[in-house]
Design a protein around this ligand. Structure first.
Ligand code: FES
Length: 172
């Protein structure tokens, strides 16, 4: 059964919040894979890269482009931690909070990172340079507690590694 709500989600053209070149890029994901919907995640990754977040306005436009509902896009955006509703830091530091990493001191290391960066878990430095978040298993349990920066695994989070990393990111 179609409800008033779901019907209205498809109605009317949504004004693009993107540049024509960006729209062209997003459109290219419709034909990149055998089925248009297979390109959705890549298109959303582009939006996250450009704007450092995926807003509700972006979701509405993507829904129109991929011929789905804004609710569907929002579900995808909130399922994957990669997508953020608010602008993420230019660099994103992730520390694993999975069981293996907790056993190897990730909670203590998270407090250390918060102290070094001056932000809480999920926060971004006031200059927008660095965001910090704890994450589920990064698939690198052999180097627990695992640390990553911008989707790139950095290895074991020791105080020394964190010190070096933070000063590099702050300087960048
Ligand atoms: S539990 Fe931390 S990488 Fe697997």
């Amino acid at each position: 059964m179609t409800t008033e709500n779901s019907r209205s989600e498809f109605e009317g053209p949504v004004k693009s919040p993107f540049t024509p070149k960006q729209v062209e890029d997003l459109r290219s994901w419709l034909t990149h894979y055998p089925y248009p919907m297979m390109g959705l995640l890549e298109a959303m990754r582009r939006v996250q890269e450009w704007r450092r977040c995926v807003t509700r306005e972006d979701e509405a436009f993507l829904a129109q482009l991929f011929q789905t509902t804004p609710t569907h896009i929002h579900e995808v955006a909130t399922f994957y931690p990669h997508f953020t509703a608010e602008p993420a830091g230019r660099h994103r530091v992730g520390l694993c909070r999975g069981v293996s990493c907790r056993l190897k001191g990730s909670e203590e290391m998270a407090r250390y990172l918060e102290q070094k960066l001056g932000v809480k878990d999920g926060g971004t430095t006031p200059d927008g340079k660095v965001g910090f978040e704890t994450m589920e298993c990064l698939g690198a349990c052999d180097c627990a507690p695992a640390l990553q920066v911008d989707d790139e695994l950095q290895g074991e989070a020791t105080r020394k590694a964190v010190d070096g990393l933070v000063s590099r990111l702050i300087r960048d």
